[in-house]
Each structure stands twice: as structure tokens, then as C-alpha cells.
Design a protein. Sequence first.
Length: 658
Amino acid sequence: MFKTKKMKLLELAVLVNDVNNVIEYLGKNANFQFYSETGNQGEENASNRFGEIFARLKTCLQILSLTATASTPEKAVFPSERDVTDAEKIFSDTDFFQKKEADLHENLKRITEAQSEAMAFANLKVPYKEIDNLTFLTLRIGKIDPKAAEELQFTIGNRALIIPLGEDKTRILAASSKKGRFALDSELKKFGFLPLDIPKDFKGIPDDIINGLKQKTEDIKKEMEILKKEKSEYAEQNKELILKLLYNFSLGSQILQIRQGLESTQTVFRIMGWISANDEKKLMEDIDNLTEGRTAIRLYAPQEIPSIKNGKEKVPVFYKHNKFVSSFERIIFSYGAPLYGTLDPTPIVAVFFTLLFGIMFGDLGQGFVFLLLGILMYFEKPKILKRVSKFAFVFMAIGIASMFMGFLTGEVFTNGHLLVPVSRFITGLFGTPRNHILHLMPEGGSIGKLIMFFAFTLSVGFIINSTGLIINIINNFRLKRIAKAVFSKTGVSGLLFFWYDVFMGLRIAFLKIGFAWFDIVFLVTPLLCIFFSEPLERFFLRERPVFENGFFAAFIEGLVEILEVFSTYISNSVSFLRVGAFALSHAVLSFIVFTMAGFCGGYLSYGIIPAVIGNFVIILLEGLIVAIQIIRLQYYEFFSKFFTETGREFVPFRFVFD
């Protein structure tokens, strides 16, 4: 349960005719990670024609208004020549629809512009030259921005007349006296007026031409509707084929891309990668059956690989957890991957995270909200929660922990009175009945209980810090770093010093046994080991000289180590006081919300409004802050003990539709 999965390096020599099937098998099973030293010595310059077809199929999908899922289905296979032929037919049909649609849009645009031009002069029934020859009147006809036309009219005022032509008001007729023509031209120029060249004998547009243009517009719109219907019917009839081709060519393009990075000769491809030792037997049998025995298979243990032994390469870390524990994996890998062969901290993180959240966020009702949200995530209802469904058990766990703590503190959606009868009954079984099993609100006579509660949070911190040190000790023993496991500040010496400090403090506080001579022995001995940890490590590893940089340098380094021991253990322990502080702040916030609801008439009256808002704020904001604080405690107080070197996460190769 607490171990990383044993890994093996798989080497395959695959014939060129079988390589596509083998890569397809590996991608669909998703239990194989390519070896990082695989070079680009194969088909480096080979074109990925399936990638080009896949890109064109995605374009066809958009043109036909079809949608695809985000992952490549298991039924996808390497494309055949028939698939290529079908894809070319899809391209031809889609191009036809696209071209015809573009032609219709262009015709509609051209006819619409012609109709607009015609409508602008539909009311001009006298020859233009007769108007233009008037001795007392100056006319200007042209184009202008409709927004500028209103400002032009305001600027000119009563010096000229502006008459819009047509429905879209993009053309105007400006009229002024002969004396004011220069001022008119100047103002028109300022507003971007573009004069139109009007023939002298122009007399307007006949009605039959305008009607004809309108009819032509309607005809094109009908054609567009018919084309839209035809395209929709085509898309519906060929949807399965198009999606099948899309997934096949997605898979095919990824296989060709992988092939380009494999070492190969004209007849054989070399595939190397990591697999779990649990999968080796089935994988070897499947590949042997798939290629009918034509593939040479070889397995290597990590210690047999030169790049692993000299530290250039790290064995990927692979965990196999149940659904509850696996939902906490991202907390680990967001910090870094553990080293191969070390303890798996994920189950411990799951327990500590759940425990700390319950202590810091205790409310039966609010905890139920988290539990309900986790259940909805698990069943992916509504669909928007599908993306975060992997965190369903996290929310369920913290919800149950919060509900348990809320039961102890007697809070239900900040209401501290609902559970009073239950609390009095339970506490009465063990002595004097009390309104709350655990009372956190500061008040007269409760300070002693608060101090005990903060002492409890410090004890939780002691357990978490000790667990981190124990994990580090076990990891170092597993990695054959015996001297480091014994003499370092996070090893046996540091653990013994930490434990004896706590023991001595408790002994003096409760047993009233003061400082004695043997305390010096138990305190100084581990400190001396930590002080000379580096020289001692070099001595047991038989590295010479023992003092690599001289005695003085070793003395300074030892002094720094001792100072770090004191500062680290004190700060790591005191940090857990924030657990009690957040539990107390949650109780105070709940009391404030409950009091405000009481001022407004209670939960059964207008008080429900501040109660709902207050609970929403507490669940959203304080829940987020508490989660962040727990992650901080895990990272800085727990992980820092044993995460001194990060490893490499196992990321299996799988096909992804993109």
C-alpha cells in the first residue's frame, strides 16, 4: 500500500509491418511510457499525411456543424486505404457546399448593394440637369457615414438642407444657396463626404428594376435555405462516417508521429519504455499474439540500466490506489514526484488532509454541502462537474470530517442551538450535561478548554512532523543511504532529539521532574551526530578526506545545522497553532452570522437572508482559505522532511483526440 509499483524497462524489436499495430496496442492500453533516451533516428523526415487529413477533417467538422468528443474512442483503428478514399469524398462534398455557399453569399452581397444604390435614387423623378441648372440653388449628392450625417446637419444648421436618400441613409442630398456653396463644400469635406458622379440626363430608377432586384434577393435567400437544409441532411447522413474517419486519422497521425521518433532500420523498429512489473506478463503475451511471435522482447530491471545507475535517468514513479486515495494524488505530484523505491505518502496525506479540514471547518450543515457536492461530482451531475469528478472523494471526505466536527461543536449552518438536546443527552451519559460536546467560543470559564484544544492541535502537529521524519528515515534506508538516515537532522538523530525535547517538556510540566544530568546525554548526543553529520557520512562511505573542505568549514556547517534544527522544529510545531486558530475563527464567524440572523427575526423569518448569505460566504471563502492553509502545512511542515529530492512521474502514452 505504501510502496511505489516495481517498474521494468521493456525493449521491443518490431518488424516494420507490425510497428503500427504494436504502437496502437500500447496507446490504447495506456500502461507504457516511452524511454526518454529514444532518439529521432527513424523516419525523421517522413511526412505525416494522416496528420494533414486529420486537420482537413476537423475543418469539415466545423463546416458541417458537427461536434466530437474530447478523447479518441477505443474503436478507432489505424486508417486503411478505404478510409483515405472516404475522406477524399468527404473533402469533395464539403468543398462543394462551401463553394456554393460562398458564391451565394457573394451574389447576395452584390445584389443587396445594387438594390441599396437603386433605392437611394428611387424618388428622383426629374432629370438631374434641370435641378443642377437652377440659378439660385446648389446641390451635392454623395456618400457619407450615417453617424456623421446627424452631426453634419447640426453643424450646418439652417445654412443648408440635408436630405437622406434611401433607407440606409448612407447617401444624402445637400442643398444650399449659390452664395453658400463654398461653405457647404467645406463642411461636407470635413465629415468625409464622397460626391457621386451623376449623369446629366439621370432621372431615377424605374420601379420594375427595383422590384426585380428585390425578387432576386428573395430567390438567393431561398437558395441559401435550401443549401443549408441539404448540408444539414448530408451532415446527419454521414455523421458516423465522418467521426469514424476523424478518430481513425487522429490515431493514425499520432502513430506516425511516434514512428518518426523511434530508432529504426529499413526492416526493424526499436521501441523502449517503462511498464509496471504487474503488467509485464500480460503485455508480453498480447504483443506476442498480436505479431504472431515476430517481435523480440527483452525486460530490464532498473539497476541493470547504465543511465539509471549513474543518475542521468530516473525511474518513473507509478502508484496504484483505490478511488479515495487516488483523488489526493494531485497534492503530491503538484509538489513533486517522489523517488522510485521510496514510501508512497499519498494515503498518509489523504488522512492528514481530511483530519485537518475537519478540525478547522466544523459545521454539520456546511459539511453536508461538501458531502453533497462530492456525490454530485462522482455521478457527474450536472455535466459541468465532469471535469472535476476526480476530486469527488476529496469533497466527500472533508464533508464527513466537517460534519463530525460540527456534531462535536453543535453547529448546523452556524446555528448553535439545534443540536443542544442531543449534546446534553450524550454528555449526560458521561457526567454533567453540557450544551456542546466541544465548546470553542471564548467565554467566561472556557479559556482552559481553549488552551487544551490548542494543545491538541500541537499534538496533531507533533504526529505529522514525526511521521514526516519517519518516512524520511525509511526512504534513506531503502535507498541505501544509511549514514544519512542515521546522522542527518531529518534522520534518526533529529527524530530522537525532537522526541526527547517533547518528552522532557511534558515531564517537567506534568510530573514536575526538573532538568537532570541524563537530559544532557540524551540531548547532546543526537546534536553532536547532527553537528558532524557530513564528516560522519563521508567516514562511513569511506570517502577521504573526512573533512572535505577542512575542519573549520565543517565546524561552520555543523553550527548552521544545529541552528536549523532548533528553528525548524520550533517553527514546524508552532505552525500547527493555526489549526486551532482557524477552528476558533470559524466558530466566531458562525456566531456572528447566527447573531445577525437573530436580529432579523431568526431562520424562520427575514433572518434567513443573512443566514444564507453568511453560510455561502463561509463555505466558499473560508473553505478555500482552510484548504490552502492545509496544503501549506502539508508542503512546508510535512513534505519538507522527506521531499529532499524529487523523482519522475509515470505518464503513460495514450491516444488523445486534439
